[in-house]
Unconditional design. Structure first.
Length: 308
């Protein structure tokens, strides 16, 4: 009989410095991401400030009813979902297009200038953007109405007519966020082996074919990753965009009211934290379901591109 092999002893002392290095990160993760999970029970309680989280009475699903009992439920869910679906698609198309175009700029200084200009709106506060939009659309002193009056046409009451705002919100959203997506796609494009393009040029491939058969396939993992991450936010909305840019005009609620703005207004009127917690809980659950579903669909067709 062959002698049994001795198991190698793990030198755990060797790993102590590494554990100590990672300890601050684990502590932060626990405090910031796991301890707040206890607060999820607020969504199922009639929260009272004097009783606290633990002693407040349990009400089950009652807090979830206010989202669906109102007549505005269909409108706010429709707006939240449709805007996000359109913006996810546009974000990918515009972001990839901007990254490809910027990559074709060979002057380093000019490239940095364009990159800075495109990224700058992403770093701006939505309050500032709201007043920039107002400077263009103001019914009295707005630039757009000033041009219309100079052409002999009647001014437009932008803040009273709903038909313009799906396009205005879409433009503002893409203008503000295109820089962030562009940077992510550009960082992937820069890492592509240049010899692939040189070989394609020798074969007579045009710029369009080079990007179609080389660039886009090689940045597909980045596109899929950002797509899945954005799908997880499909039941949420940019509060500043929908609340501050339209200046909280009641006449525009039909096209600007989303789940987040509705919950905020309800919180101001009722001061009911439990109901706002219920809304956030629903958004998180729906986002999780969408992420898992999107990932499984992608995994079915291209397993290597899925996140998990």
């Amino acid at each position: 009989m062959k002698p049994a092999k001795k198991k190698k002893k793990t030198n755990w002392k060797h790993w102590i410095p590494f554990y100590l290095m990672g300890l601050p990160g684990f502590i932060y993760l626990f405090i910031n991401n796991y301890m707040p999970l206890m607060g999820l029970q607020i969504a199922f309680k009639d929260f009272k400030y004097n009783l606290g989280i633990w002693k407040s009475p349990w009400v089950g699903l009652k807090n979830f009813e206010f989202l669906f009992a109102t007549g505005d439920a269909a409108i706010m869910i429709r707006n939240t979902l449709l805007y996000n679906i359109v913006w996810i698609v546009l974000g990918i198309v515009v972001g990839v297009g901007a990254a490809i175009l910027l990559n074709e700029v060979y002057n380093a200084k000019l490239k940095k200038f364009y990159q800075t200009v495109i990224l700058m709106p992403y770093l701006m506060s939505m309050v500032v953007i709201a007043y920039l939009v107002f400077a263009y659309l103001s019914p009295t002193n707005g630039l757009v109405n000033g041009i219309l009056e100079a052409l002999g046409k009647s001014p437009i009451e932008f803040y009273a007519e709903t038909k313009y705002w799906p396009f205005i919100l879409t433009f503002v959203n893409q203008w503000k966020n295109i820089g962030f997506g562009m940077i992510l796609y550009l960082s992937t494009i820069v890492g592509i082996d240049k010899s692939l393009y040189e070989a394609a040029q020798l074969d007579g491939a045009s710029k369009w074919k080079q990007h179609r058969f080389i660039t886009i396939p090689l940045i597909k993992p980045t596109i899929i990753m950002l797509f899945i991450m954005n799908v997880g936010q499909i039941f949420r909305s940019d509060f500043g965009l929908f609340y501050q840019v339209p200046m909280n005009q009641g006449a525009l609620y039909n096209v600007t009211q989303t789940i987040d703005t509705y919950v905020y207004r309800a919180l101001l009127q009722r001061n009911d934290i439990a109901m706002s917690s219920a809304a956030s809980f629903i958004q998180s659950i729906v986002g999780f379901i969408f992420i898992v579903t999107a990932n499984q669909i992608i995994k079915k067709y291209d397993e290597k591109s899925s996140l998990f």
